[in-house]
Design a protein around this ligand. Structure first.
Ligand code: THU
Length: 141
């Protein structure tokens, strides 16, 4: 496979993930912040898991879109992930709690953020976003 074809495959996978994140963001339950987030996480086997943020009248009970996608995937038996696409109004990056939870499974995860106009705002690895992460290796259990 040439570098060029790798790039093409990656772009089309990114399109699939972007479409899934744009679908999920429509379901965001955001009566409090009004800030909608959609996420799509691609597992190593290619399966895509999408999530939206789900807020709650008991504010701390709310959960971010990225973690919804992750817990859906992990609860279906997935443990290895390749790409994450996040869509927000302004292309924001995943919060620290989401970075930590994703890092448990995949420090090398490729993260792409987009705004609602589908402009890509960031592309980098989770390790870039969470340097020096605390992970399973630190626990001698
Ligand atoms: N939110 C996410 O879904 N993902 C993030 O990484 C940052 C924040 C949600 C949580 C809450 O519903 C809203 O955005 C405002 O914080």
């Amino acid at each position: 496979m040439t570098n060029e074809s790798i790039a093409v495959v990656t772009e089309s996978q990114q399109e699939v993930l972007l479409a899934a994140a744009l679908g999920a963001v429509q379901h965001a339950h955001i009566p409090y912040s009004k800030y909608a987030v959609g996420a799509a996480l691609q597992a190593a086997d290619g399966t895509v898991y999408a999530g939206c943020n789900i807020e709650n009248a008991s504010y701390p009970a709310g959960i971010c879109a990225e973690r919804v996608a992750l817990v859906k995937a992990v609860s279906e038996g997935q443990r290895r992930f390749e790409r994450l696409v996040v869509v927000t109004s302004n292309g924001a990056l995943p919060c620290g709690i989401c970075r930590q939870m994703l890092s448990e499974f995949c420090p090398a995860l490729l993260v792409y953020t987009f705004d609602m106009q589908q402009n890509r705002r960031f592309a980098g690895s989770l390790a870039d976003l969470l340097p020096g992460a605390f992970g399973p290796d630190q626990l001698s259990v």
